[in-house]
Design a protein. Sequence first.
Length: 553
Amino acid sequence: MAEERSLNFLEEIIEKHLEEGKYQHIVTRFPPEPNGYLHIGHASSICLNFGLTKKYPGYTNLRFDDTNPVTEETEYVESIKNDVKWLGFEWKHELYASDYFDTLYEYAIKLINLGLAYVDDSTSEEMASLKGTPTEPGKPSKYRDRSIEENLDLFVRMKNGEFPDGARVLRAKIDMAHINMLMRDPIIYRIKHAHHHRTGDKWCIYPMYDFAHGQSDSIENVTHSICTLEFVPHRELYDWLIEKLEIYHSHQYEFARRNINYTVTSKRKLLQLVNENHVSGWDDPRMPTISGLRRRGYTPDSIRDFCERIGIAKRENMIDVSLLEFCIREHLNKIALRKMVVFDPIKVVITNYPEGEGELLSTENNPEDPSTGHRDLQFSREILIEKDDFMENPPKKYFRLSPGSKVRLKSAYIIQCDEVVKNEAGEVVELHCSYFANSKSGEDVSGIKVQGTLHWVNASSAIPVEVREYDRLFRVEDPTDEAGDFKEYLNPDSLKVVKGYAEPSIKHANAADRFQFLRKGYYCLDTESKEDALVFNRTVTLKDGWAKEQKKN
RNA sequence: UGCCCGAUAGUAUAAUGGUAGUACGACAGAUUUUGGUUCUGUUUGUCUUGGUUCGAAUCCAGGUCGGGCAACCA
C-alpha cells in the first residue's frame, strides 16, 4: 500500500492540466549545459523532471543546451549521460540545442523580417551604458532603426564570417525602457569563431540562451519546462519570443534550487576547486557531484530518496547535509556486508588460549538481511583490537576494555583484561587477557554479562588496507555567504588517509560492493584500489552514540 | 529609488477558509553479541500590524525581512 504523499506545486499544476484536458500527456526535459559535471542539485532537477513523467503519462528528454562552444566539451556530455543513467533514469530522446541551429537561424531571420530584431554594432561597453539600470530606463542604440534589408544583409554576413568576434550582435527589438531589464532589447545572437563540439566549424554565430532554450522547448513540444528561480524574469522573454515567432507554446515553471550546507553547488565554483587542485578532480569523493558521490559510495537509491524527501518548493532553502547522510545510512544498513577492520590497532594476547592453535568462528554477513548468510573468521591467541577500545583509567559508562574489565569479542569469546604491557615511554603496547572458553558466541553458557562488544581481527591473518576518511569540504555552512573568497573556508581536514587491518575475506571485494566496517562506518572500494593494495573510501560514519556521550563532558 | 519572487519548529516540507502535521536533527528511555539498527516518548513553528469571516497559515491591505534583476554565460 503506497503511502499518500501530498502533491508539490508542480504536480498540482500538472494534475489540473491533465484533468482540464489541456494535455493528454506531458513532456519535460532535463537541459544541462555540457560545461561541467552534474551535482546533487542537478539530481534534484533530474528526479523532478523524470519523476513527473514516471508519475504522469508522458516522457522526458535529455537536451544539452550547447549554445556556447567555448566552455562546452564532449567529456561533459558523456559524464552527464552516465550520471543520469546511473541515477536510474531513461530519457526518451537525446537532443542538443545545436541540432536546431538551422531552425534557430531561420527564426532569427523571421524576427528581422517582422521588424523585431536588429543588428547592433555597439561595443559591449556601449550597450551596457545604454541599458540603463533597474531603476532607470535604457536608451536606444543608434543602430536600432536600421532597415529590415540592412539588418538581413548584416546578419547574413555575420553568419558568413565576415566580422570578427564581438563586432556585431543581433538584438531583439522590444523596449529599451521596459521595467524588466531582460526585455531591453536582449542580445539573441553573437559572433564566436569557435569550434563547437558537435557542429564543428559550421557556425561562427551562436544563439544566446534566451533565443535557444524556449525555442528548443517549443520544437520538442515540451509542455512543462521546469527551471530554477533565477529564470523567473526570463519567462517574459520566453513567452514573447514564442508568441512573435508563432510557434508551439511551451510554458516555463520555476522552482527554488536546492542548497546543501557545508558545500557549494555551482558548476563555476566546482570547476575552480578542480582547476586549482583543491580536490583531485570532478569525481573527488568530497565533491557534491554525482560522480563524486558515486565514487564515495553513495547509491542511486539513496540520492533519489534524498531528492524525494527534500521536496520541491519556491522558497530559498539550505538543506542540512545530515538528511543526505541519513538517506545513505538507511540504504547501506540494509545492503552493506559487514566486515571487521581495525584501524589503530593494539595487540591482545589471550594468555590462556593454546599457542599455535586456532579455530574458525561463524559470523553473519548482514544481520539485517539473513539471506546474505554467514562467513568464517579465524580466531587465535593473538588478535588486534582498536586502541580506542581500551582505556587504562576509563570514565563512567565506558563499556569497553580496561584493566580487570570484561568485554565480548564480536562473534567470539568474552575476554578479561589481566595485564597492561607498556614500553619505556609508558605507552600501552600490548594487553594480556584471558578468555572464557564457555562463552563462545551462540553457545555461551558462562552466564557472564558484558556491556561492550568489540570488533577485532586475527593478528597473523589480517591484511593491511588503505582507508580514506572524508569530512565536509567546507568549515562553514554557506561558504558563498562569507566574506572573501569561498575557498578560504575549505576544511583542511576534509581528507585523512589511514591504515587499517582487515579480516582476510575483504580480499574478495568488488567495486560494486558496499561494506559496513563494524562499529565504524560504511565503505566501498575506491577506483584507485589495486588487488594487492586495497583502497577504501569511507562513505559515511555510523552514528556514534559514545562520541556524543563524551561531548557532553 | 523601480520591478519580480518568497516567508510555517534548528532544517526541509504539508495543511488549498474548519484539530498546524510529517521527515531529518536534538533530547530522554526500551531493546541489542555493532554505543549501529529497531521501537517508544519529549521538545520547538505560522515574519508583523490591521481587515474580511462564526472561524485565517490560507483571503485582502500596509509594513518588515530574505533572495533576484543592469554577462556577447546558462
